[in-house]
Design a protein around this ligand. Structure first.
Ligand SMILES: Cc1cc2nc3c(=O)[nH]c(=O)nc-3n(C[C@H](O)[C@H](O)[C@H](O)COP(=O)(O)O)c2cc1C
Length: 158
C-alpha cells in the first residue's frame, strides 16, 4: 500500500467536529473529537473513536457516559481550546461554561445542539477504542449549521 495515497484518501472522509464531554467521580473533562457516526437507529446509537491512553478514555470507562456538543461556525477558537494540552490548572474548560443535565456529562452553554449518551460497548481497534453509546437525550438548541472539519485547516487521522 502506498502510504501517501492512504493518508490522502483517509483524510477525504468527511468529519464533523465536537466537544466531547466526559465525567469522572467528581469532575468533568472534555476534548475535541471528530471520529463520530451514528451506528444504530433502534436503539439510537453513535460510535466514537477515542485514542488509547488518554485521560478522556479513562473517564469514559469510569463514568460510562459522554456528551457530544455541536458548536457554531464562529466558535473555532473554542473548539481549539479542547484539543490543546490541558493547562496547569488541570481545567480545560477555562471560562467556557457548562451545565450538567441527565447523564452528568458536561453540556456547553454555547452549544448549538447536543447529544447525551450512555456507554453500551467499548471495542479496541488499534491505537483507538470505538466507544458505542446509546443516545438518551438530544436537543437542537439553535437552528444553526455547526462547525465541521472542512471549515478548518485541521485534520485527524490518515
Ligand atoms: C481536529 C481534531 C480532531 C480530533 N479528533 C479526535 C477524535 O476523534 N478522537 C480522539 O481520541 N482524539 C481526537 N483528537 C485529539 C484530542 O482532541 C486530543 O488528543 C486531546 O488532547 C485529548 O484529550 P485528553 O488527552 O485530555 O484526553 C482530535 C484533535 C484534533 C485537532
Amino acid at each position: 500500500m502506498n502510504e501517501e495515497s492512504k493518508r490522502k484518501i483517509l483524510r477525504q472522509i468527511p468529519y464533523g467536529l465536537y466537544v466531547v464531554g466526559v465525567k469522572g467521580k467528581d469532575s468533568q473533562h472534555a476534548f475535541t473529537g471528530s471520529w463520530l457516526s451514528q451506528c444504530s437507529m433502534k436503539p439510537p446509537c453513535v460510535m466514537l473513536g477515542v485514542r488509547q491512553g488518554t485521560h478522556s478514555l479513562d473517564l469514559i470507562k469510569e463514568g460510562r457516559v459522554f456528551s457530544i456538543n455541536f458548536l457554531a461556525k464562529g466558535d473555532r477558537k473554542v473548539m481549539e481550546q479542547f484539543f490543546k494540552p490541558v493547562p496547569a490548572s488541570g481545567n480545560r474548560f477555562g471560562d467556557v461554561s457548562y451545565t450538567l443535565r441527565r447523564t452528568g456529562a458536561p453540556i456547553l452553554d454555547r452549544a448549538v445542539g447536543f447529544l447525551e449518551c450512555e456507554v453500551r460497548q467499548i471495542v479496541e481497534a488499534g491505537d483507538h477504542s470505538v466507544v458505542i453509546g446509546e443516545v438518551v437525550e438530544a436537543e437542537a438548541v439553535k437552528e444553526e449549521p455547526p462547525l465541521v472539519m472542512s471549515d478548518t485547516p485541521w485534520h485527524y487521522g490518515g
